[in-house]
Design a binder for this molecule. Structure first.
Ligand code: HEM
Length: 444
């Protein structure tokens, strides 16, 4: 590129020769809209239509570059497992086209960070390998006691609140944060700041969570970008200090692994290290808090399921956790870019085109799940697609499951009754979201 040329996202402009189907025309603006993700019934209806009428749908939504919406469980798996053919590096998530242009103009590429979800092999594999062991079942198991202690503290807190609380705001939001921060080695007193920063990254479209409230009407790409950059700058400042400390005083935590990480014999770069802290901090928290609350809400809305859970919390917790993660599907999508032409369900995907992996749709696919719109704490088998699939499959899934099991067992073996005490509300975000507020009334 010459010095004067401004870098641009790849041109997958709207394509008049490739007509959207009626189903795609009716739904493509809905499935990208942050607002719709706060109304699951609307989202479910849009995906139901796509699965039935155009399961691999060419979509040209307003303000976004076009993509193929992949809505069937089997197709999401088929794309996700072919990591060489369908890559993450060019476009791993939905972003307004104007925001993509700003990032390209500033960085010469598609990203501000270099997190695992934005990288492809071989670098992706090498970086993932650094911490992978920490998140494998045998290692997660060694933290079980510490996790159960934290779960007990949060249920004690609920009991102390005396009979009413906002389960999402006061319990589900803070519990996974405490667990992941302990694994990272971030002290308790810094948790409120971490909570705010991770929410600003993931909830960036929700007016209650965004840093610059004036952005709630959307549209100003420059302001949106600089707001995210301010959040990232704070993360960088914080974790630069952690890196210095862990190089001087190594501890038994993931930050020590990242701070001293090397690839091919060379220490990893500053951007790679910062991105690593951020993905672990952010991915390890909001997702799990959303599904912890989402599962409780599923039970409160289905008294028979709540009773099953309360009758046998230990026996039921394993299946209940997976059902909570299916029901909530906290990560709403990831994207891939085709590196070659490919035929999927009779549709011709061309090299360079992107695909939206619609996890909430895969998790309601009637070909895979019996009565997919029913919440059942004992659902088995339960082939959830919530953690993705293939080389990028969630690094923290064993941790997430253990955390949720611990708090469900603690809560439902102690609480005598629990019910909704008001209307729940949901986060407006098309990337990561779930309940925002779950007012509850209970007796211990
Ligand atoms: C990646 C979901 C909890 C860390 C992912 C992906 C999904 C996901 C869908 C991308 C998979 C793909 O592209 O195929 C979830 C859900 C969670 C959860 C639903 C909770 C219920 C966690 C936790 C951690 C974590 C607790 C803690 C470390 C990561 C990381 C990646 C990832 C580091 C990137 C992996 C890679 O690209 O190689 N997660 N996650 N996640 N998750 Fe999770």
């Amino acid at each position: 590129m010459s010095d004067t040329a401004v870098a641009q996202p790849p041109k997958t402009k709207k394509d008049p020769s490739r007509r959207m189907s009626d189903a795609a025309r009716a739904t493509s603006d809905l499935i990208v809209s942050p607002d719709v993700y706060a109304h699951m019934d609307q989202l479910d209806a849009a995906f139901l239509k796509l699965r039935a009428e155009d399961p691999v749908a060419w979509c040209e939504p307003e303000a976004f570059r076009p993509f193929w919406a992949v809505t069937k469980h089997a197709d999401i798996m088929e794309i996700s497992r072919q990591n060489k053919l369908f890559t993450n590096g060019e476009r791993e998530m939905l972003s307004y086209e104007s925001a993509e242009e700003r990032v390209y103009a500033q960085t010469g590429g598609p990203h501000l960070l270099k997190t695992l979800v934005q990288l492809d092999d071989p670098m992706h594999y090498k970086l993932r390998h650094l911490t992978q062991d920490w998140f494998m079942p045998h290692k997660v198991k060694t933290r079980e006691e510490a996790i159960r202690t934290i779960a007990k503290e949060f249920v004690d807190r609920m009991e102390d609140m005396g009979g009413e609380c906002d389960f999402q705001q006061e319990i589900a939001l803070h519990y996974p944060l405490r667990v992941i921060m302990q694994i990272l080695g971030v002290p308790v007193e810094d948790e409120p700041m971490m909570l705010k920063l991770t929410q600003e990254i993931f909830g960036a479209q929700d007016p209650d969570l965004m840093r610059d409230k004036s952005l709630s009407e959307g549209g100003d790409a420059d302001k949106g970008l600089s707001s995210i950059q301010e959040t990232l700058a704070q993360f960088f400042m914080y974790f630069t200090n952690i890196t210095q400390d862990r190089r001087a005083n190594p501890k038994d935590d993931v930050s020590t692994v990242i701070a001293n990480g090397a690839v091919d014999g060379e220490p990893i770069g500053q951007l790679e290290a910062m991105s690593y802290y951020i993905i672990v901090a952010a991915a390890g928290h909001d997702t799990t808090s959303a599904s912890t609350g989402g599962g409780v809400l599923g039970m409160l809305n289905n008294p028979a399921q709540l009773k099953k859970m309360m009758d046998d919390p230990k026996g039921m917790s394993r299946t209940a956790v997976d059902e909570a993660i299916r029901w909530t599907t906290p990560v709403k999508h990831f994207m891939r870019t085709a590196q070659d032409d490919y035929e999927l369900r009779g549709r011709n995907i061309l090299k360079g085109e992107s695909l939206l992996l619609c996890y909430p749709s895969g998790n309601r696919d009637e070909e895979v799940f019996d009565d997919p719109f029913e919440f059942r704490v004992d659902r088995s088998p339960n082939k959830i697609i919530s953690f993705g699939h293939g080389g990028h499959m969630c690094l923290g899934m064993h941790l997430a499951r253990l955390e949720m099991q611990a708090i469900y067992e603690e809560l439902f073996s102690r609480v005598k009754s629990i019910e909704l005490a008001g209307e729940p509300s949901f986060i407006r975000a098309n990337f990561v979201g779930g309940p925002k507020s779950i007012p509850v009334r209970y007796k211990f």
